[in-house]
Design a protein around this ligand. Structure first.
Ligand code: KG4
Ligand code: ZN
Length: 341
């Protein structure tokens, strides 16, 4: 790939769950277009994502979405220096659609292709924010499928310090919201309701997993569901939402700063859909400023799934000489930091 002075335009493609997205990003930090076709309306009536329905919708949307990303950028494939496709982890049928489109374009237009881990892409959303980012750092990656604390010593260098032993943070938001009759996805609606609720109304549990930094949210989820079934109508829904959210925020903040202390880093990044949570951002930023630790979080639209984050990650992967080849496969589950595929 050409050197920095040339300004390389990267096409990112993301189809790992229920968003069909394509984006063009220049030099890893400047978004030229970021088209996100959400399927939330289709899946919300089922209370969650239906994998086969998602795959079929990706098939219908992927080519128009890629074309729209190019049109908005005023570019053609001839202007693209690299393609980055998320090929792991995620819904396998959904991933295959984006990967097949990326391989076809890479072959047809003779463009280098890189394969990306979904969490790696989430982390790189931070590089789209103008923040000054310096390694080593800690990134809290919290989404519908993951709750990880990642230690990064450089581009593409990931060490997982903590993960969830059961439900992910976003999964807890979604399942509690469903039990409270708030629809899917649960995070944004709980975030909003909690804004006018009392965080001390219900004393929900903050689980510890021995003396590790790992998370466990299934006990909290069960406590909220039981509370809603037994005493729900006597307590304002805003108060239940605020008390649940505070329990999640307390644990995520506490573990993140224990990781900061253990590693001695001076910077924390936030990533993934749950990083859009206003209370979580406020808590981590406030603890960071107390301790003199720099904290950065992307705006909500770059926290949730999008292809600009993939294009940013791809720029740095391509600069490191990664190249996926046309036999690139997809993987439903794969830890961050495992050998590139
Ligand atoms: O990263 P993402 O878009 O998809 C996955 O990789 O899973 O994250 C989606 C998750 C969902 O569980 C959703 O409820 C949660 O992020 N989420 C939020 C907020 N916005 C989205 N959780 C808490 N507060 C929010 N504002
Ligand atoms: Zn995601």
């Amino acid at each position: 790939m050409a050197e920095r002075a040339v300004r390389v335009k990267v096409l990112g493609i993301e189809t790992s769950c229920d968003e069909t997205s394509a984006a063009v990003v220049e030099n890893g930090d400047c978004i030229i277009s970021n088209v996100i076709a959400s399927q939330i309306d289709i899946h919300s009536k089922y209370g969650g994502v239906v994998p086969e329905v998602a795959s079929r919708r990706h098939v219908e949307l992927i080519l128009p979405v890629v074309q729209e990303a190019l049109d908005q950028a005023g570019l053609t494939f001839a202007d693209i220096g690299c393609i980055g496709a998320i090929n792991r982890p995620g819904l396998i049928g959904a991933l295959i659609v984006g990967a097949a489109a990326a391989k076809t374009i890479a072959y047809g237009a003779d463009i280098p292709l890189v394969a990306l881990h979904h969490l790696e892409a989430h982390i790189y959303a931070n590089f789209l924010t103008n923040a000054h980012i310096e390694f080593p750092l800690i990134c809290l990656v919290v989404s519908g499928g993951h709750s990880d604390i990642v230690y990064m010593t450089g581009h593409g260098q990931y060490q997982i310090l903590a993960r969830t032993r059961d439900d992910a943070a976003g999964e807890a938001f979604d399942k509690c919201a469903r039990a409270l009759g708030l629809g899917y996805p649960g995070g944004p609606v709980i975030d909003k309701l909690a804004g006018s609720g009392d965080t001390n109304a219900v004393d929900f549990p903050r689980a510890k997993v021995g003396d590790t930094l790992d998370f466990s949210f299934s006990g909290l989820k069960t406590a909220v569901i039981r509370y809603a079934q037994n005493t729900g109508t006597q307590t304002r829904i805003e108060d239940i939402a605020a008390s649940f959210q505070q329990a999640v925020v307390d644990v995520l903040t506490d573990h993140t700063f224990r990781a900061v202390e253990q590693t001695g880093v001076r910077q924390v990044l936030m990533a993934g859909g749950v990083a859009a949570n206003s209370s979580l951002q406020a808590a981590i930023k406030s603890r960071g400023s107390e301790l003199g630790i720099s904290v950065n979080a992307p705006p909500p639209v770059l926290c949730t799934d999008n292809a600009a984050m993939a294009a940013s990650a791809a720029y740095y992967a391509c600069r490191r000489g990664e190249n996926a080849g046309l036999d690139m496969d997809c993987f439903a589950s794969e830890p961050l930091g495992s050998a590139q595929r």
